[in-house]
Each structure stands twice: as structure tokens, then as C-alpha cells.
Design a protein around this ligand. Sequence first.
Ligand code: SF4
Length: 237
Amino acid sequence: MAARAARAADLAGLDGAVSDCFACPRLVTWREEVARVKRAAFRDQDYWGRPVPGLGPQDARIAILGLAPAAHGGNRTGRIFTGDRSGDVLFAALHRAGLANQPTSVSADDGLTLRDTRIFAAVRCAPPDNKPTPDERDTCAPWLHREVGLIRPTLRVVVALGAFAWAAWWPVLRQVYGQRPPTPRPVFGHGAHWSGESVPALLGCYHVSQQNTFTGRLTPAMLDDVFTRAKDLAGVD
Ligand code: SF4
């Protein structure tokens, strides 16, 4: 699997290859089971039920790193943060920031496009309870590393959504940029900011999960602040 990721010559090749990955038995079983059983509200739809590739242009200067696809969101629609409440919040914020052409993301063919921004997840398959294991994170890492490598020429800022994504970033420094991660590792927090020499800056942002947005732990204004900062750091107008 790592060899297949490394062989991907561009994002289209990577997206195609990752969609056909079966490396994690527990996640393969889960994603297919969810796609078969479905949620009642979506019972007439064909679920994607496979790994969910990243979204956004090759020349992205900002990356948004999430945890993993949602069982009835990305795992249903085949597009990351699409068809669930988390995506509603995220894409509304990206639209306000001028990084998305529309404020909603409901299906893979709804016309959504991103500007200067690529979104991907540390783990590409929906996990039970939204909790991938450390082994699954490590198994999936080559896909993330290759994706960052492909957008490396333009990438300036990474927004990590939550502590899991924040932790998944450090191995990228070694694998993609040939740099030793800082020790001790900077602690995740909303608004946390780390920068190093000749590598993208890292910004921490609470995850756009319902748990955070429904309780007011993460507000639209807080997201707007993060994306304003990301644009400033990346030199995006
Ligand atoms: S989580 Fe990643 S490595 Fe595991 S099966 Fe899905 S795409 Fe493959």
C-alpha cells in the first residue's frame, strides 16, 4: 500500500488509488457494513462505502487536515465532509473566507469547488465511533504523506481539525520534508500555532464536529478567525 501511494504521480492518480485501498480489515468491514445497512433517511441512496479521497486543487496553499470520514457523510457521498453537519459548518466558513464557491456540500456532483485549499483526512475510511486506532492511523499515513508531497510546492499552512489531526502532522515533517519533528511536541489547542524552517505553518482548530458546534465550543466566528489567519500566513487574498 505504501508503494502504491508513493507511485501516484498526481492527485488524480492518488485519489483513484486510495479509493481502492483495503489495508485495514476492521475499517473495511465497518465502511461496507454501514453502506449496506444505511441510515433510514438515506435508505434509497447508494452509499460510497470506500476510502474517501481528498478534495481541492493541486496548487493549494492551505490544507485542512481532518480525522476521518463520517459514516453517513463522506462514506455515503464519496466526498470528504459532504452530506453531514460537520461539512455544513466547515464549508459555510470556507465560503465566508472566499475559499469555496458555495456554502454547502451535499453531494459529490453539487458543483462545489475550492480555491487555494485542499482538504483531506489522517485516516481515509470511516471508523466505528469516529475513533480510528493508532495502528490504523499509521497504516493510512502513506496516503497522507504522498498527498502532502504532491502539493508541497505551494503548501504554506495546515489547519489541523482536532488533536488527532494535529498529532498526525508530525510524522509528515520527517517523511515529506526530511525534518525532525520538534520535541517535545507542541500541544494542540484551538488557535495553537507552530512554525518551523521551510515547512508549512501548523494551526490548531477545534474539530467541526456536532459535539463542538452544537455546544458552542466552536463558533462560526472562531472558524472565521482561524481561516483569516491561515490566509494571512499562506499569502492568500
Ligand atoms: S484507513 Fe487508509 S489504509 Fe486503512 S483501508 Fe482505509 S484508506 Fe486504506
